[in-house]
Design a binder for this molecule. Structure first.
Ligand SMILES: Cc1cc2nc3c(=O)[nH]c(=O)nc-3n(C[C@H](O)[C@H](O)[C@H](O)COP(=O)(O)OP(=O)(O)OC[C@H]3O[C@@H](n4cnc5c(N)ncnc54)[C@H](O)[C@@H]3O)c2cc1C
Ligand SMILES: *[C@@H]1O[C@H](CO)[C@@H](O)[C@H](O)[C@H]1NC(C)=O
Length: 529
């Protein structure tokens, strides 16, 4: 893929283009090592971003995809430099060189990590970031109903490239459209078609990964154990995913969407109670999630209520949808005028939060629509939360500035895949998953207050959610659950993310990356106990 250019020429190029002030820095050693270890064939400085070189540009690059602003505040450590590979060989060389220079490497694809693990290493300075945003090619092959998607592509770009070739193919991954394929699929990747087709990770056919020795391995070369591990273990534990081969799924030409909002005054609590009983049992074509937050009672009023938006994607037309809703969930009161029929790609954009007028090309921008200081947590629910439990929750929500919770229905295909098929264990018996969030605009000033709120709310909810273990979604990384630091029992947080799959993950990790080169605060450890 990369051009072969004589090393002597490259060294000259390097000497010409590296400012002398950097001559003794880690960055220069790293650049030199890259040249020695790959067919680097471009003015290498253009792929490096450091505060010494250009502080403004470094800041821009660091912030470009970083989603949780909580990890960009002044007190958070910053990488010595960011390296943006243009070719797969550069990723291989980056691994070799980080290892040789004994510097901690963080890999970033889409930058959406909830705990900033792709661009902040709190206890391992100095560290460097390899950002894959320039490796974002997506090749769709309709003949085999599959596609190769590089790690730096967003899921939105993947959806776009699929619909460019066919209006009746899709892929069942995330709802927001700016997620990096690198970090997203490796942790599971759920979206509005999960009840019909399972997770993104359930629809992976092959992968290319750079291991801790800098070798590129495909499925056959990595073996079935590692291929199993990377479909749910979460990012940063096993290697650098370069690309995924994904299986496309059939989608109908007509898809229907709706959003029906209820407040406390509109009997929202009882409708939500009913939703909890039916959402996982509805037709597999129907996905109704609920987005819950405080809202003003009336425009301009200071009084707040709780708003519950039932937002749906249905893989079919509105007539069949209305029949299903009439029979299984009449309490929502869905009417024909609530429903809008559209193409699958437009339904994806609707759910992702784009305005109706946005063209599919907006998916190519790869930009996040939401950036915030936030703390998030997750839960899985096995029994409906009783009305008094919901009322206690509303009381807490009304005491917080900008809390948000999103409830995603399970059932369907999710129940038909066994718990050990992939590391993602949240399958049969799960009614729905909860994501908890508190967001704030003002950086570190109010952080402690909001962190306290969400932790107390999470404690209150313990009685209503999955227990032994209290399960959590690894793609909603939550360092409160425990870390690899001494004094924290990996078995405890490992069970929350992976249940009984954790031990198998640890075993595979110990064999595949025995020196623990790929590591972070919550990476799969090489051994337990
Ligand atoms: C606004 C928002 C919406 C979301 N919506 C959904 C959703 O609908 N469905 C869902 O399932 N999840 C969702 N998520 C969670 C998302 O799946 C995870 O945050 C995921 O890890 C993002 O991947 P990334 O590449 O963007 O993140 P990054 O921050 O780049 O990476 C996340 C982790 O993976 C590692 N990593 C990155 N690239 C690679 C690679 N190429 N190989 C190996 N490891 C790598 C990083 O080091 C880090 O540990 C959402 C997150 C946000 C912030
Ligand atoms: C540094 O980067 C900024 C932003 O890209 C650019 O406008 C500026 O000209 C650069 N400064 C130097 C000295 O190259």
């Amino acid at each position: 893929m990369a051009l072969a250019i004589p090393i002597a020429f490259l060294v000259t190029l390097l000497l010409v283009s590296v400012p002398s002030s950097l001559s003794t820095t880690l960055q220069q050693d790293f650049m030199q090592c890259l040249v020695d270890n790959s067919d680097v064939s471009f003015p290498i400085t253009a792929s490096f971003f450091s505060p010494d070189q250009n502080a403004t540009l470094f800041k821009e690059e660091l912030e470009s995809t970083a989603q949780n602003l909580r990890y960009l505040t002044p007190s958070k450590p910053k990488p010595v430099f960011i390296f943006e590979p243009l070719y797969e060989t550069h990723v291989q060389a980056a691994v070799v060189c980080a290892k040789k220079l004994k510097v901690q490497l963080r890999v970033r694809s889409g930058g959406h990590d909830y705990e900033g693990l792709s661009f902040v290493a709190e206890d391992e300075t100095p560290f460097v970031v390899v950002d894959l945003s320039k490796l974002r090619q997506v090749d769709v092959d309709l003949d085999s109903s599959s596609a190769w998607a590089h790690a730096g592509a967003t899921n939105g770009e993947v959806y776009y490239r699929i619909q460019e070739k066919s209006q009746t193919h899709g892929f069942p991954a995330g709802l927001c459209s700016s997620l990096g394929m690198g970090g997203h699929l490796v942790g599971g990747a759920y979206g509005s078609m999960m009840r019909k087709f399972g997770l993104g990770a359930d629809n992976v056919l092959d992968a290319r990964i750079v291991d801790a020795n800098g070798k590129i391995l495909d499925r056959a070369a990595m073996g079935e154990d590692v291929f199993w591990a990377i479909r749910g273990a979460g990012g940063g534990s096993f290697g650098v995913i370069l690309a995924w081969k994904i299986k496309l799924v059939p989608v109908p030409a007509t898809v229907t969407v709706f959003t029906v909002t209820k407040t406390l005054e509109q009997d929202g609590t009882n409708v939500l109670y009913k939703w909890q009983q039916v959402a996982d049992k509805l037709d597999d074509d129907l996905f109704i999630r609920v987005i819950i937050s405080p809202a003003r009672k009336t425009t301009g009023s200071a009084d707040r209520t709780i708003s519950m938006s039932f937002q749906a994607q249905f893989l079919g037309d509105s007539n069949r949808l209305l029949e299903i809703m009439q029979k299984d969930f009449p309490e929502l009161g869905l009417t024909e005028k609530d429903c809008t029929e559209m193409s699958w790609i437009k339904s994806v954009m609707y759910i992702a939060g784009f305005p109706n007028s946005a063209a599919p090309e907006a998916l190519l921008a790869g930009k996040s629509l939401f950036k915030n200081h936030f703390k998030a947590k997750s839960d899985f629910v096995k029994e409906p939360i009783p009305v008094e439990g919901l009322e206690g929750l509303w009381k807490r929500f009304l005491e917080e500035d900008s809390p948000l919770t999103i409830w995603n229905p399970y059932g369907g295909m999710m129940s038909r895949i066994s718990e050990s098929e992939t590391p993602f264990p949240h399958r049969e018996g799960t009614l729905f998953k909860i994501q908890w969030l508190s967001t704030w605009p003002d950086g570190e000033a109010s952080e402690a207050k909001h962190m306290k709120w969400i932790r107390e709310m999470y404690d209150y909810m313990e009685q209503y959610v999955s227990q032994n273990p209290r399960q959590a979604y690894v793609n909603y990384r939550d360092l409160d659950l425990g870390t690899n630091k001494e004094g924290s029992d990996a078995r405890e947080w490992g069970a929350k993310y992976y249940k009984g799959n954790f031990e198998r993950l640890v075993k595979i990790k110990g064999e595949f990356d025995p020196d623990n080169f790929f590591r972070h605060e919550q990476s799969v450890p090489t051994k337990i106990g």
